[in-house]
Ligand binder design. Structure first.
Ligand code: K7E
Ligand code: CUA
Length: 864
């Protein structure tokens, strides 16, 4: 075996097995050859591979671009975990299809009009001392200037705030270092009011602004009445960043149209793009938001437009709170270093990155050393004197991220399709890596916080061109994962993003997130408060008031209560449904066919749907999540009848029913089945008790859920017996059937509890036994053998006690079963199961491990 492969197999199989790697290398070599993989490919695969059940080190929140949603995925595996609905209806989560989420979505109405999409650009995570705390996530909508607030306790959007004075935004969302404020800057200058103003008055009436949204990080809500905006010239403000550390209290926003050009292609003027890049420089805005926030509290310092407080430019100027610094033409992006001292601006049309130094800027401001004023009277600082330096990076530098190495910065080159690693202190370029293609933002691991983690950078590419299977002219976007832990960058993985153009993504260490698994019973998840329609088991009811029918219903495996609802055509139907489950991942979905309503009810959640029953007919409603073995049965009927119509009875056509003898036989059979099922349940209960399940809270939760189900049986049994007494066997059978349903549900959860308990109390597997278990599963043995049960093959518990010299006997048999088909014991087995043990082509190492696994099984035989 060659050296390289030996090294690889070591990497894959761990040092324990590396000593004798005939199997590992052989198989790996074969796969590599078949799939045309190089050694680097395999190393990259190993760096990103996440075994089943594994967890990623980082969680990424990516903007979903035009989808108006967010995308959550893991790093390094790049596995997508969730889409979070923000500005756009999302049917699975019921977002925009139930009344409570609609209330959130409709907070985003603008001037009374529904907006059902968003152009999401920049997500931001809440911070404490400039570090992510894993509590809140916000994102801006560029098209319809809004900010959405997401609770990381359940990954749901809780608030949408419309900017009352901007007509588009881009330079947000950015948290200040203790989440005091969220910065949102305008993009396309426009009048603050909602009136018409001729474009010829652009310089006089069109304005840019920075809105400082006051954030309450305890409850995770923007406080609109405590927020304010800073009036700016109509320079087309682009991106922002909040100062931190030494520059905390200040904000930075660049711009790309200091020419104040407004185009006019249709009247023979040069196009907008030509006029707005005429000047060699544009302006970086530097503002003291901390001071302005104080000023904004006083009525005499603000003007109010659309109910929103704005600090006019002259007030900012008079209070030494707003300055401009020239920056290379058409800049894009402004990024403050982890310590707040260096501010890097890149220019789309300039090959340089410009690094400004906060201490220099601050000194110029304190010394009132200005080189002039702009047409609005804002003091301008000298560019050279503010700069730490400039570095030639390549074509189209855009956005920056930081790593854990002091001075290390990564910049995207849009035109060159490259990532540059350089040092913003020494101003030296260190490395470049090609990406595919045309990269916009980068996402470092906590790479814009005060505590960057290094390790990886994700390149958020605009074009994918030839990277993926062609799915038509609209290609997916391409997120590329790059390993930055070494001297040279190493491209590890391409991930197609099929959901809009994600401009920016933010990453957080996974262990900082602590989302819950269930809600307090009857919670309105959008407000976090008890829902007005909260309904517990036994409280279900239908209330009619005039033309309104209100249903208070519940869902629990596997029925909906109520199961029949009859209303008149024209009635307004309101349905409050509570999911009574407490078990993890037991979500029920709910819809009424034909009425464009849907809700997703997570354990403990209550939500509401509302619609006009304006068409006559019979409309099934059902649970839309495959929640249990009896999920399909989880349904009911909404019947809408026309009060002005006479309905002819179909009674005459009634179907023939069963004879009393047949009914009695069926009843007896049902009772017998229930008795047998109950025996299984009792054996599980016995097992749980004997093995001290009550010491394990996660198991206790499942057992509680199972006992809840089981507890329903007594009531059903009483009803069944009453029906027998009354001679109504049909009803008795139905109640007995209901008992069986509860038993199945009890057993379902009970067995889950048992499996979990076994995992908790079984002895620890040795590495060899662990490998053996994997070989047993992956080698196909588990296809016929179920531990603890006779299945298509014999139960292997105790197999090492069944033969003389058993370890050898078992090993020989696995290695070459055919040789032993004549052995009387084997022959007997073949006859019994009508199957011959196949040769699974295991090698000696694997067989040795499997024997260790069998020993482990025997050690724990009482558990299976
Ligand atoms: Cu460069 Cu909107 Cu941040 Cu896109 S923006 S890339
Ligand atoms: Cu509940 Cu399916």
């Amino acid at each position: 075996m060659n050296y390289k492969l030996n090294k690889l197999s070591t990497l894959f199989l761990g040092s324990a097995i590396a000593a004798s790697t005939a199997f590992g290398a052989g198989t790996l070599e074969k796969i590599m050859k078949e799939r045309g993989l190089t050694e680097s490919d395999v190393i990259r695969a190993a760096k990103t591979y996440l075994p089943t059940g594994g967890r990623d080190e980082f969680v990424i929140f990516s903007s979903g671009g035009q989808s108006g949603q967010m995308i959550v995925y893991g790093v390094p595996s790049m596995k997508i975990l969730k889409y979070i609905a923000v500005f756009t209806p999302e049917p699975w989560q019921g977002y925009g299809f139930d009344e409570d989420s609609k209330a959130v979505l409709r907070q985003g109405n603008i001037r009374g009009r529904e907006i059902n999409w968003g152009d999401t650009h920049h997500p931001a995570l809440s911070e404490v001392d400039g570090k992510y705390d894993g509590k809140w996530l916000v994102i801006n909508d560029k098209a319809n200037p809004r900010v959405g607030v997401i609770d990381l306790g359940d990954f749901e959007t809780k608030q949408i705030v419309v900017n009352p004075i901007l007509k588009s935004d881009h330079g947000g969302a950015f948290f200040t270092q203790n989440s005091e404020y969220i910065i949102e800057a305008s993009q396309y200058a426009a009048p603050f009011d909602n009136n018409y103003h001729p474009i010829e008055e652009y310089k006089e009436t069109y304005r840019g602004a920075i809105t400082m949204w006051k954030f309450d990080s305890k409850i995770g809500r923007i406080q609109e009445d405590k927020s304010f905006s800073i009036e700016l010239p109509p320079y087309m403000q682009d991106l922002s960043d909040a100062g931190k550390g030494v520059s905390h209290g200040w904000g930075f926003t660049n711009s790309f149209n200091s020419e104040m050009y407004t185009g006019g292609i249709e009247v023979g003027m040069p196009p907008f793009e030509a006029g707005c890049s005429r000047n060699d420089t544009d302006f970086l805005h530097v503002y003291n938001w901390e001071k302005l926030a104080e000023l904004a509290k006083d009525d005499k310092n603000v003007k109010v437009v659309n109910g929103h407080r704005i600090v006019p430019m002259d007030v900012s100027i008079a209070n030494n709170a707003l300055f401009l610094i020239p920056e290379p033409k058409s800049p894009h992006g402004v990024d403050v270093s982890p310590d707040g001292e260096y501010i890097t601006v890149c220019g789309k049309l300039d090959t340089h990155a410009s690094v400004y130094k906060w201490s220099k800027i601050k000194k110029l401001i304190d010394d009132k050393k200005f080189v002039g004023k702009d047409p609005y009277g804002i003091p301008i600082l000298d560019m050279k004197e503010s700069l730490h330096g400039q570095v030639e990076l390549g074509l189209g530098p855009l956005h920056n991220q930081y790593s854990n190495v002091d001075g290390e910065i990564y910049t995207s080159l849009y035109v060159d399709s490259q990532i540059v690693k350089w040092n913003y202190k020494t101003l030296k370029v260190l490395d470049k890596e090609n990406v595919h293609y045309n990269v916009g933002h980068l996402c470092g691991m906590e790479g814009k916080s005060a505590d960057p983690q290094g390790k990886y950078i994700i390149s958020l590419n605009k074009l994918a061109i030839d990277r993926f299977q062609n799915v038509g002219p609209l290609h997916p976007q391409n997120h590329q994962l790059i390993d930055i832990s070494g001297k040279k960058m190493d491209l590890l993985y391409d991930m197609p993003i099929p959901l809009g153009e994600p401009h920016q993504a933010v990453a957080i260490r996974a262990e900082k997130l602590h989302p819950h698994v269930r809600y307090k019973m009857g919670t309105n998840t959008k407000t976090g408060k008890p829902h007005k329609g909260k309904t517990l088991a036994g409280q279900e009811k239908i209330v009619r008031e005039g033309n309104t029918v209100t249903v208070y219903g519940t869902m629990v495996r596997s029925h909906i209560n109520p199961e029949r609802i009859t209303v008149n055509k024209g009635d307004t139907v309101i349905m409050h449904i509570t999911n009574l489950e407490r078990a993890e991942d037991e979500t029920h979905g709910f819809t009424v066919d034909h009425f464009d309503v849907h809700m997703s009810l997570e354990p403990g959640e209550t939500s509401t749907i509302k619609f006009e029953a304006d068409i006559e007919g019979v409309f099934p409603y059902y649970c839309t999540e495959f929640c249990s073995a009896l999920h399909l049965e989880m349904m009911g009927y909404l019947m809408v009848k026309d009060p002005n119509k006479k309905y002819v009875s179909a009674q005459k056509l009634k179907m023939q029913t069963m004879s009393p003898e047949q009914l009695k036989a069926e009843y007896d059979k049902t009772v017998a089945v229930n008795a047998a099922t109950d025996e299984v349940i009792q054996s599980v209960v016995k097992f749980l008790k004997e093995n001290g399940y009550d010491k394990y809270p996660v198991v206790v939760e499942l057992v509680t859920d199972a006992l809840d189900q089981y507890g329903q049986i007594k009531g059903e049994k009483a009803k069944a017996d009453a029906a027998v007494k009354a001679g109504d066997m049909e009803k008795a059978i139905l109640f007995e059937n209901m008992i069986w349903q509860y038993m199945v549900k009890t057993a379902d959860v009970g067995i889950r509890a048992k499996d979990l308990l076994v995992k908790k109390i079984a002895t620890k597997q040795s590495p060899a036994a662990e490998r053996g278990a994997r070989a047993f599963d992956e080698g196909g043995c588990s296809g016929c053998h179920v531990v603890g049960k006779v299945s298509s093959g014999p139960d292997l518990t105790g197999v090492l006690q069944r033969h003389e010299n058993a370890e050898k006997w078992v090993s020989d048999f696995i290695l070459d079963p055919e040789k032993m088909f004549k052995d009387p014991y084997v022959k007997g087995m073949i006859d019994y199961f009508n199957l011959k043990m196949p040769n699974q082509h295991m090698n000696k190492e694997e067989v040795k491990d499997i024997v260790e696994y069998f020993k482990w099984i025997d050690e724990n035989a009482n558990l299976f």
